[in-house]
Ligand binder design. Structure first.
Ligand SMILES: Cc1cc2nc3c(=O)[nH]c(=O)nc-3n(C[C@H](O)[C@H](O)[C@H](O)COP(=O)(O)OP(=O)(O)OC[C@H]3O[C@@H](n4cnc5c(N)ncnc54)[C@H](O)[C@@H]3O)c2cc1C
Length: 388
């Protein structure tokens, strides 16, 4: 049977009726910008005033988009997904930490997740954010090419050691590390660190992936340059391809500080570069492992068609697809059902700590057009099929 992203029975097979109704309620609410804005504002105020609001969040948006409050709870969700051959990128979603003590504390948390992942058949990935181990200001300074003082040099060395400890543990357990991309004004040290880790660990098998945000107009060229570097240095390039999540922030900063925006002029240009990046990776699949992180059905379908044209088997060890947990199940589950490596980014952590992540999901889904409309119509279709 040809691959289709319209099969809702496969898409929502892991969701019981109660979960499906919750998803309907949430996507319906988020389709109203007014309700979403009010919800975000209310959450911010309740956090500020230390009001007990976690119960409400936990039973609604957290349940939809997160795996649980700790590794053990997330492991439950991972096991459920395994039944459907869906893999997991286990994402310790705590954000916004800024102290050395907190950075140090994060390392064993990640190593615990890697150890758990190593014992599971369907948890091949652990995503990390370099800002989870480094002060934002330090990364900003390195990106800008400013000279570090002695204390900063040592601070940067500690960051590299933390990331190296994680990549080393992953190599040992045969787990892959996805280095997420964040704001463009801290990206240079993230790229350099990722390249160094790939050079050290991606020999024979891929352990580390760098992320390429194709909404930046220079990233397709950078992907090609990274490939040439990998080739000449004898390691496999791990390329996680995304469009990019910080567009408004990027444009606003560029306008305020009066420098040319790094973002593509329009969505069409981002889409063109994204698909060109996928093609580039598939054409060099011997030396690139590609992680296609997108909810865009056209990009996913196009990638599968190209794989067929290039005689790349669906289960090829260098091609991975992924969507975020709670979104685009129609893509993930239908891909997995057809034999592709399809995964969910599954964030976990205390409710309070994953609030920034949840607010981003709410914001991104605030539009009746595009993805939210599609999610809602698929959920409705499945509810009708189940006669709910
Ligand atoms: C598994 C996974 C991992 C991810 N990891 C990261 C990460 O590490 N770093 C990160 O930044 N994001 C990450 N994202 C988020 C991703 O970058 C996108 O924001 C999100 O997936 C929406 O893009 P899309 O390809 O799914 O869908 P689409 O709906 O097709 O694309 C929407 C995206 O297109 C771009 N876009 C929209 N309008 C315009 C415009 N006018 N001009 C130019 N570009 C435009 C923006 O990037 C926007 O997010 C990840 C997503 C997934 C699924």
């Amino acid at each position: 049977m040809p691959l289709s992203f319209d099969n809702t029975q496969i898409a929502f097979q892991y969701r019981n009726n109660k979960d499906l109704k919750l998803a309907h309620f949430l996507f319906h609410s988020m389709s109203s910008p007014l309700i979403t804005r009010a919800g975000i504002k209310m959450t911010q105020l309740m956090m500020k005033w230390n009001l007990p609001f976690t119960g409400l969040i936990k039973n609604t948006i957290f349940r939809q988009f997160c795996g649980g409050e700790n590794l053990e709870a997330a492991a439950h969700t991972a096991t459920l997904l395994e039944k459907y051959k869906v893999g997991v990128a286990l994402d310790y979603g705590v954000e916004g930490k800024e102290s050395e003590a907190e950075f140090d504390k994060a390392v064993p948390e990640f190593i615990k997740a890697i150890t758990y992942a190593g014992s599971q058949p369907n948890v091949p990935f652990i995503p990390i954010k370099v800002t989870g181990f480094a002060r934002f200001g330090l990364l900003e300074k390195i990106h800008a090419g400013a000279t570090m003082n002695g204390a900063e040099e040592k601070e940067w060395q500690r960051v590299q050691k933390r990331v190296d400890a994680i990549c080393g543990a992953a190599a040992e357990k045969r787990i892959m590390i996805l280095v997420d991309a964040e704001e463009s004004w801290i990206q240079r040290p993230v790229d350099e660190l990722s390249n160094r880790m790939m050079e050290k660990y991606n020999r024979g098998a891929v352990v580390v992936f760098n992320t390429f945000q194709l909404y930046c107009h220079d990233r397709l060229a950078f992907l090609k340059q990274s490939y040439e570097h990998a080739l000449s240095s004898g390691y496999i390039l791990g390329a996680k391809l995304v469009r990019g999540a910080y567009m408004e922030k990027e444009r606003q900063r560029a306008a305020e500080q009066k420098y040319p925006s790094p973002i593509q002029p329009d969505k069409k240009s981002t889409d063109a570069d994204y698909d060109a990046a996928v093609t580039f990776c598939l054409r060099h699949i011997e030396n690139i492992a590609v992680f296609i992180g997108t909810h865009n059905e056209h990009s996913c379908m196009r990638a599968t068609q190209q794989m067929q044209e290039l005689h790349i088997a669906p289960g090829n060890q260098h091609v991975f697809f992924a969507q975020l947990f709670g979104m685009s199940d129609n893509i993930t589950f239908n891909l997995a059902d057809a034999g592709y490596h399809a995964s969910k980014y599954l964030p976990y952590g205390p409710v309070k700590d994953v609030i920034p992540y949840l607010m981003r999901r709410a914001q991104e889904n605030t539009s009746v057009s595009g993805q939210t409309g599609r999610e809602l119509s698929l959920i409705k279709k499945e509810m009708r099929r189940r006669r709910l």
